[in-house]
Design a protein around this ligand. Structure first.
Ligand code: THU
Length: 132
């Protein structure tokens, strides 16, 4: 599956977001190195801080199914601008997917931008530093 197809999945799934407070629908599609795709949406809560982003939903679904190796994540919203993962999601993606994960950003003009996670989270604090 190419990155436009992965982005199409992220765009489609965003309609399932539970976002009555922000009304900002986000969809994510996480691709494993074996080609499986796990989707995620943002799920909000009346206690706002409990909200989970689409990216982390996708990561936690995949990890729960035993996945360990990831190639790319595509993120989509209804915004005309490119949407990027929040800081918390960048840290979780670094932990689970690693610095070489390809992050596919999309905007409302059907354009995509491809970045390595390391570019979005340079000089990260990560498990290598703990030396366990
Ligand atoms: N959100 C995501 O799901 N992913 C992002 O990359 C940025 C923000 C969600 C959280 C919240 O439900 C809504 O978008 C507005 O911040």
């Amino acid at each position: 599956m190419n990155y436009s197809e992965l982005t199409q999945i992220a765009k489609e799934v965003k309609s399932k977001a539970y976002c009555p407070y922000s009304n900002f629908h986000v969809g994510a599609a996480l691709q494993t190195t074996a080609g499986e795709v796990y989707t995620g949406v943002n799920v909000e809560n009346s206690s706002y801080g409990l909200t989970i982003c689409a990216e982390r939903t996708a990561v936690f679904k995949a990890v729960s199914e035993g996945e360990k190796h990831f190639k790319a994540i595509s993120i989509a919203s209804d915004s005309p601008d490119f949407i990027t993962p929040c800081g918390a999601c960048r840290q979780v993606l670094m932990e689970i997917c690693g610095k070489d994960l390809e992050v596919i950003l999309s905007n409302g003009n059907n354009e995509i931008r491809i970045l390595k996670l390391e570019e979005l989270l340079p000089l990260s604090f990560n498990k290598d530093i703990l030396d366990l």
